[in-house]
Ligand binder design. Structure first.
Ligand SMILES: [Mg+2]
Length: 380
């Protein structure tokens, strides 16, 4: 059995737990600290009840509810809480996976009383953080995730062989994770309206109508394996690149362009295997400075070349306002962790992530360096 924990209105609940004045009130968390010109990235249940939801513009939300409370998102707070919850869940002794910043999957194997376990988990989270979670339990992660949504907020749904079909019958197919609006409409046209309709379709039917995605959907709905464990590539200690210039150079623009180039190369390799790095090491060699090397650890792990470059600049700042003569440069990233579990919170980050994905796709199709940041041309 898989037990799926989904925190209720996570960011908004954290804000309400921290500041009791916000408790019981309609509240939105905005992605930027500009009350009327931002996007709702979380809404409390009091706000959801009047029709406010994430993705909406804050102006629109205030139109619906003029006495809305507003807090600007503070990512580190949510990440910290998420990590604490992850640790708390691990104490129950089962394997735990991150599904997103506020969702966790636990392989509870054949625990005799899963409902009781769910209540214990929810109680412990509430005691520790004063926020509520909803839980779904089922034979696989997709149905467990669905279950966690069916009794929200602050509820538990156990899907057993006995009640599964009865429950699935009551909800539209779009409730299933991955079935988007257009897929749902398409399925509707085929007479597949409820979760149960979808569940009862054969692998062949789903493949014929939805292609490879249909097969995946079928497998995910019916599998009884514990976690599908994708192959994890062996974890390297660090990823680095270095370059020796034809001669020692004083031009700071040129040196920085090379640091950026190396940062991009490192970042691309990190992304290839889904790693992120929290520690950057910059190494410079030159006639005046000999070997200069320094590293800096940051709280937020990254795999974006621009960000790695900016971190290198922070290290360079140690050398004073002027750059010395440089002959060779090295950028190395360590402190590696898997990058998949935290989805970006903010529009800007999502856009940046999509940009990087597009760049990687272009380069893998048309060859390395088919596309790169313009500043790098300075190094050529
Ligand atoms: Mg949630």
């Amino acid at each position: 059995m898989i037990l799926h924990v989904d925190m209720d209105a996570f960011f908004a609940s954290i804000e309400q737990a921290i500041n009791p004045r916000l408790k019981g009130k309609p509240l939105i968390v905005g992605s930027r600290n500009s009350k009327m010109h931002t996007v709702v990235c979380a809404a409390s249940y009091e706000a959801k009840r009047v029709g406010i939801g994430s993705g909406m513009s804050s102006a629109e939300a205030f139109k619906i509810c003029p006495n809305l409370e507003f807090v600007a998102a503070e990512q580190s707070k949510y990440i910290w809480t998420s990590r604490q919850i992850f640790q708390l869940l691990k104490e129950f002794g089962f394997e735990v996976l991150y599904a997103s910043i506020d969702e966790f999957q636990i392989d509870i194997r054949d625990t005799p009383n899963p409902k009781l376990l769910a209540e214990e988990i929810r109680e412990k989270i509430f005691k520790e953080f004063n926020i509520t979670a909803s839980v779904g339990i089922a034979k696989n992660w997709l149905l467990a995730k669905l279950g966690s949504k069916l009794n929200k907020p602050n509820g538990v749904t156990v899907l057993t062989e006995g009640n599964l079909e009865g429950v699935l019958e009551r909800f539209p197919a779009a409730k299933i994770c991955g079935v988007g609006k257009s897929t749902a409409e398409f399925l509707d046209g085929l007479g597949v309206n409820t979760c149960l309709d979808l569940y009862q379709k054969s692998a062949r039917f789903l493949e014929q109508n939805l292609g490879k995605y249909g097969i995946n959907l079928y497998v995910s709905l019916h599998s009884t394996d514990s976690f599908d464990s994708p192959e994890v590539p062996e974890k390297p200690k660090s990823v680095g690149h270095s370059y020796t210039l034809p001669r020692a150079v004083l031009n700071p623009q040129f040196i920085k362009a090379w640091i950026r180039t190396l940062s991009e190369m490192v970042a691309q390799r990190l992304r290839q295997d889904n790693w992120e790095s929290s520690t950057v090491h910059l190494w410079l060699n030159g006639p005046e400075i000999g070997n200069f090397g320094a590293q800096k650890a940051f709280q937020q792990p990254v795999n974006d070349g621009l960000e790695i470059y900016q971190r290198c600049l922070k290290i360079i700042a140690k050398l004073g306002p002027k750059l010395p003569l440089v002959r060779a440069i090295g950028v190395t990233c360590s402190g590696l962790s898997k990058s998949s579990y935290l989805q970006p919170l903010f529009k800007e980050q999502i856009r940046r992530g999509e940009l990087l994905k597009a760049v990687d796709r272009i380069n893998s199709r048309f060859g390395d360096n088919s596309i790169y940041p313009a500043v790098i041309t300075l190094a050529r």
